[in-house]
Design a protein around this ligand. Structure first.
Ligand code: FRU
Length: 481
């Protein structure tokens, strides 16, 4: 049976109309998606692949789905790219990355197989080469096996290769566990994509940052190096990390000669309820763009009758400023903004709705200037029954996002608290909403807070409330594709 053709036929026959899905965020044509994979620029377009199970809204044997875009806002759905149809990837084509080469568009992914004695699985790294539409797995697969790792390192948790090229040499990082079950990132190099050399451990959790480190990414940005990964099984720490699966970055410096990375402390990449397994790519114009799975393994919920599950964040432009990673929605979003509504130096005392400030597909910026108040609340996706609430405690510099009344019918996490930079002098909140999501960017990208909501689409009011007196600016656009 041709598993790839079967998946392609299935998605063709069961494609869910675009109006039933978010408009400018990537969702599956049908079924389940998780991690972004193979995020790359190839032949004039951005390609995004993802972990994909077309046949149900639950995780299942992993395929790679595929979409392309010229501007990160309008996406073109392409036929599925990989299916678990070889002896070396029978249990799934797990996460990985892509790179443009002279041989074509190269995908590097994790092939999962069962151990011969039935005791668990092995994860190895595999390669497929294609033309942007169809991909052929290499006869040399797997090109990296767990046996190339030092004794004691896990062969069953060894996945999610991220590839890049420096000069004539390809490098790849993958997530792994050491002999004591601590997360680490291992580094490989190759001159031809097929023969790889183990180079060492690039970073290690030192027993303090969760367990397995999934989905690493490693790149230079604004003169520093950044390692991204998604540690599983973390314990909550202050306002920085929540329990379970987190996505973090380490700022550090990389010594190319010795291939050593000295890292700082982990920092959360996003403080909302739904953000995992981010991956980046670099564009010909030099921008480093990040996209992530805007869903959470621990807080999965699906509304009755919905035939798709999982979506991606809006791609974000990254930069390093004052030792901090800044994130802004891709600038291309501005090309789709319509019907500007603008209020300047409004005085807010108590609760108020502003004419024209509403909607579920919007780019909305609220600037709160200094004022005499303790608490400021913004309700979005609001009706009599529903609201998603963002509240700021100015004395404590704490922001809370609460989606309790956002159509969630399971007892999953609905509240997250975030420590804000000092907001005595004011704070700027930019909300990007696309039917089922709220992505909030604080102070031009100092923090990002991403959350999925399940609120019926007619709940589209926005109300503001201040327990004292605040001076505010409002700027809102509808997003139209
Ligand atoms: C992260 C992850 C990856 C793995 C993939 C499987 O969400 O667990 O480590 O490759 O999902 O779908």
């Amino acid at each position: 049976m041709d598993l790839l053709q079967k998946a392609r036929d299935y998605e063709e026959e069961n494609r869910i109309p675009q109006e039933e899905r978010p408009a400018f965020h990537v969702t599956p044509p049908v079924g389940w998606i998780n991690d972004p994979n193979g995020f790359s620029f190839y032949q004039g377009k951005v390609h995004l692949f993802y972990q994909y199970h077309p046949y149900s809204t639950a995780w299942g044997p992993m395929h790679w789905g595929h979409q392309t875009s010229k501007d990160f806002i309008r996406w073109q759905e392409c036929a599925a790219a990989l299916a678990p149809d070889e002896a070396y990837d029978k249990e799934g084509c797990f996460s990985g990355s892509a790179i443009e080469t002279e041989q074509g568009h190269v995908l590097v992914y994790t092939g999962v197989v069962k151990n011969d004695d039935g005791s668990g699985v092995r994860q190895n790294q595999c390669i497929a080469v294609g033309d942007g539409k169809n991909y052929k797995k290499s006869a040399k697969c797997p090109v990296i096996t767990g046996d190339m790792l030092p004794e004691g390192f896990s062969r069953s948790d060894f996945r999610d290769p991220k590839i890049w090229k420096d000069g004539n040499v390809y490098y790849l990082v993958a997530g792994n566990l050491d002999g004591d079950g601590n997360g680490q990132i291992v580094l490989f190099s190759s001159e031809n994509l097929y023969q790889w050399k183990y180079e060492g451990v690039l970073a290690h959790s030192e027993g303090t940052i969760g367990r397995m480190w999934e989905c690493p990414d490693f790149f230079e940005l604004d003169g520093r190096h950044i390692l991204i990964c998604s540690p599983q099984d973390m314990e909550a720490q202050g306002y920085e990390f929540h329990s379970g699966n987190n996505a973090v970055y380490f700022l550090g410096d990389y010594e190319k000669g010795s291939k050593t990375f000295s890292r700082g402390n982990p920092v959360s990449l996003d403080y909302g309820l739904d953000f995992y397994a981010p991956q980046t790519t670099v564009l010909p114009d030099g921008r480093r763009i990040m996209i992530a799975w805007m869903t959470s393994w621990d807080a999965l919920f699906i509304p009755e009758g919905q035939k798709w599950q999982g979506m991606m964040t809006l791609p974000r432009e990254l930069r390093v400023e004052h030792g901090k990673l800044m994130q802004q929605p891709v600038r291309e979003l501005k090309n789709y903004r319509k019907n500007k509504i603008f209020y300047k130096n409004e005085i807010l005392e108590g609760e108020k709705c502003y004419n024209g400030i509403r909607g579920r597909m919007i780019d909305f910026t609220l600037t709160i200037h200094a004022g005499e108040f303790h608490e400021f609340t913004v309700d979005v996706a609001k009706s009599e029954e529903y609201h998603t609430r963002i509240s700021i405690d100015k004395d404590k510099n704490i922001m809370e996002i609460d989606r309790t009344y956002s159509g969630v019918r399971r007892d999953v996490a609905c509240i997250r608290r975030v420590k804000l930079p000092d907001c005595e002098a004011g704070v700027k909140l930019r909300f990007i909403m696309d039917r089922n999501s709220v992505e909030l960017f604080v102070n031009d990208g100092e923090m990002a807070v991403s959350t999925v909501i399940y609120t019926p689409l007619d709940a589209e009011e926005i109300s503001l409330c201040c327990d004292g007196r605040a001076v505010i600016d409002l700027e809102k656009y509808e997003i139209e594709l």
